[in-house]
Design a binder for this molecule. Sequence first.
Ligand code: MEV
Length: 289
Amino acid sequence: MATWSAPGKVFLFGEHAVVYGKPGLAMAIKPRIHVTVRRHRHPAPAKSPYVEQCFRELGVTGSVYVMSQMPSSAGLGSSAAVTVATLSATNDEFRLELDREEIATIAHRIEQAVQKGRASPTDTYVSTMGGLVLIMGEARRRIPPTNLSLVVGNTQVSHSTSRMVELVAEERQRCPDVISPILDAIGALTLEGLRKLDEPKELGRLMDVNHALLDAIGVGHPSLTKLVIAARAAGAFGAKLTGAGGGGCMIALAPRTGKTRITGALDAAGAKAFITTIDTAGVRKEHDA
Ligand code: MEV
């Protein structure tokens, strides 16, 4: 039996644009998802298509127990975390000797297969490596971790990542001269954000702009707008949706002493809010229970 855990993630900048090779900046966050894998010749069918695909990819069979405090279908990378933790626990249980780069690569392949379409390597890479990561086309660069004070607000409106990705693709095809420059601008914001990581006021302002651009390409939602406005009114430096949009979660960049106030304002606006920070560990082995 082997138990491994992997973190979720938020996009500070660049979701959707990364699908088109533009830069995106994502950060691994707590909470983590725990997965236990045990060798089993005739296991019950896995409930998750991601888990099923993990065993298919690695050519073994086992039983799986997933323990998660992270909301699913909310833009926090829960399916990537389940995939990365399942692959790592299976790798350990069956002594397959895969390293972390290989785990990240296989996890990305699995996400793409299950999501039947475009999926950037962001969620799976960040969950595997932890910390702060710049994704730019095929390149992934680990950025020195910075301790940003973030509040996550979950609208509790569930969304489908593949549907939202498809929606942007349709818009881009319908109106390329409008949508493509917006995706370029989102990529430029990521690079600007990278330069302002130590300047929370500036960083917050850029997050606000990123949110407006995501709204413009059609991935906003009234519940997200409400939360973003509530967070800013409660003193956030900036706020934006995170992940695929159309529901799911938003993040607010909070002053060190303002996190509780922002959390309260988000709760009062109908969200399930929590304070989080960077998780630098990435996927790791846990003690077996
Ligand atoms: C989903 O967390 C982020 C998207 O950019 C899709 C992807 O990167 O695969 C919408």
